[in-house]
Design a protein around this ligand. Structure first.
Ligand code: ABU
Length: 382
C-alpha cells in the first residue's frame, strides 16, 4: 500500500474517514444562492402539492431574507466548531445568478455553494473535485479553488485532482425517469437505473462515504456506474478499496449521507426505510460492524420547508467532530437520545433554514483535516 503514515510532515490536508478528531473544515455560504433550475437531471418540486397545481417552481435568486437566515445558521455552526477548537474556512462568494451556456446546454441560473460536501472530497492527502451531475452545479467547484490553491501551494504533499467534467448534454440523462410511477420504480428497483445514463463518468462527492482504506459509493441519481468505476481506477492503485453500495428502497437516491452514516469504528447510523442490499450488508457484518436505526425524523416529508428538495432524512445528516462528539439539528430529540445512549456527546444547533439550500450539517461542510491515519476497518476483506 502506498497510503499511510502522516509522520514527519507538516500536514494541511489529511482526512481518511467521517469521524476522526476534526481539525480543519470548510463551511458553505449562502450568498447569491438561487433556486435550482429545472433540467433533465433535476425536476424540483414545491412541497405543497396544492400550491404546485397553481404555481411552478421558482427560478432566479432566493429572497434576501431566506439567504440571511441560512447564513445566520451557518455562522452558528462556525461558532460551535470554533468553540471546539476546529479551524473553519469559508469558500469565496460566487454569483450563482449568472446563466450558463456551454456547447451542450443552457441554464437560466446556477444553484449555490452551501453544500461543499456534494462537490469536494478529501481522500487522505488528496483533494478531489467531483464531476457533478447537474447543469446548475457545473461550476460549483470554482468558489473552492482559492482554498485548494492555498493548501496545494503551502503543502507539497497535497495531491489535487479534478475528475473529468461530463458534457451534461441531453444524452447524459434519461428524462422519462421523472414520469415513472412509484409502481414502475418499485418494479425496476434492482436495475439501479436513474435519471443519469451510463454514457459518461458521473459522480457527486456526497455519494461517497469514507471508512479509512474502504470507500463506499452509492449508485444514485447523481452517481452512475462509470463514476464508481472512475473512482475505483483512480483510488485502488493508491491502496484504497472502492465498493459500490445500493439502497433499493430509496426511489430517488442522491447522496449517501442521509442513508448510511458511519459514526465511529464499528458503528453506522442507518436509515430504517432504506436498508442496504443484503450482500453489501455482509461486508460490514463480517468485520463486526453494528448498525443502529435512525429514529423517525421530527418532521415528515410534507412538513419540510416549501422549496427544500431533500427528504425528511436530513435528520440523520449529522457532522462528527470526533468519535465521541457529534453535531445534530436541534429539533431531532429522538436522535439525540439514541446517540447519547450510545455514548456520544451531542451538540444541537438550529439548521432548518439551511435545508432548502441542499442539505444539513454534513452536506454543508467539507473536512480538510482530521487526526489519524489510514486504517483498515474491514479485516474480513483481507
Ligand atoms: N443532499 C442530501 C439529500 C438526501 C436525501 O434527500 O435523502
Amino acid at each position: 500500500m502506498t497510503i499511510g503514515s502522516t509522520e514527519n510532515r507538516a500536514i494541511l490536508v489529511n482526512s481518511w474517514n467521517e469521524w476522526d478528531d476534526l481539525e480543519e473544515i470548510i463551511v458553505g455560504i449562502a450568498d447569491y444562492a438561487c433556486f435550482e433550475p429545472t433540467e433533465p437531471g433535476n425536476h424540483p418540486q414545491l412541497r405543497d402539492k396544492k400550491l404546485a397545481e397553481i404555481m411552478s417552481f421558482p427560478t432566479g435568486p432566493k429572497k434576501q431574507k431566506t439567504t440571511d437566515k441560512a447564513n445566520e445558521e451557518l455562522a452558528g455552526l462556525v461558532a460551535l466548531l470554533e468553540s471546539q477548537g476546529v479551524i473553519v474556512r469559508r469558500p469565496e462568494v460566487y454569483d450563482f445568478r449568472q446563466s450558463l451556456k456551454t456547447p451542450y446546454f443552457e441554464v437560466v441560473n446556477q444553484y449555490c455553494n452551501v453544500c461543499p460536501r456534494d462537490v469536494m472530497i478529501t481522500f487522505g492527502n488528496e483533494i478531489v473535485e467531483a464531476t457533478m451531475s447537474r447543469r446548475g452545479r457545473f461550476f460549483e467547484y470554482l468558489p473552492y479553488r482559492k482554498l485548494v490553491y492555498e493548501y496545494w501551494d503551502s503543502d507539497p504533499t497535497v495531491v489535487w485532482t479534478a475528475a473529468p467534467k461530463p458534457t451534461m448534454s441531453d444524452e447524459m440523462y434519461r428524462e422519462d425517469f421523472w414520469a415513472w410511477s412509484l409502481e414502475e420504480r418499485f418494479a425496476s428497483m434492482h436495475n439501479f437505473e436513474f435519471c443519469v445514463t451510463q454514457s459518461e463518468v458521473i459522480f457527486d462527492a456526497a455519494d461517497c462515504s469514507r471508512f479509512g482504506r474502504d470507500i463506499f459509493v452509492q449508485e444514485s441519481m447523481t452517481t452512475n456506474r462509470k463514476g464508481i468505476q472512475w473512482l475505483k481506477r483512480h483510488l485502488e492503485p493508491k491502496g484504497f478499496r472502492v465498493h459500490a453500495v445500493h439502497f433499493p428502497l430509496d426511489f430517488f437516491p442522491s447522496h449517501i449521507d442521509c442513508t448510511f452514516v458511519p459514526l465511529r469504528p464499528g458503528l453506522v447510523l442507518t436509515n430504517p426505510e432504506r436498508p442496504i442490499l443484503a450482500e453489501e450488508e455482509k461486508i460490514f457484518r463480517d468485520s463486526g460492524w453494528e448498525f443502529i436505526f435512525a429514529p423517525q425524523p421530527t418532521s415528515n416529508n410534507d412538513e419540510m420547508p416549501l422549496f427544500c428538495q431533500s427528504s425528511k432524512w436530513l435528520s440523520m445528516n449529522v457532522l462528527s467532530i470526533s468519535p465521541e462528539k457529534v453535531i445534530i439539528e436541534e429539533r431531532e430529540k429522538p436522535l439525540q437520545a439514541l446517540l447519547e445512549k450510545h455514548g456520544f456527546e451531542v451538540f444541537t444547533i438550529p439548521f432548518r433554514n439551511v435545508f432548502e439550500f441542499g442539505g444539513s450539517l454534513h452536506c454543508a461542510t467539507w473536512d480538510i483535516r482530521r487526526k489519524g491515519d489510514c486504517e483498515d476497518y474491514f479485516p474480513a476483506l483481507n
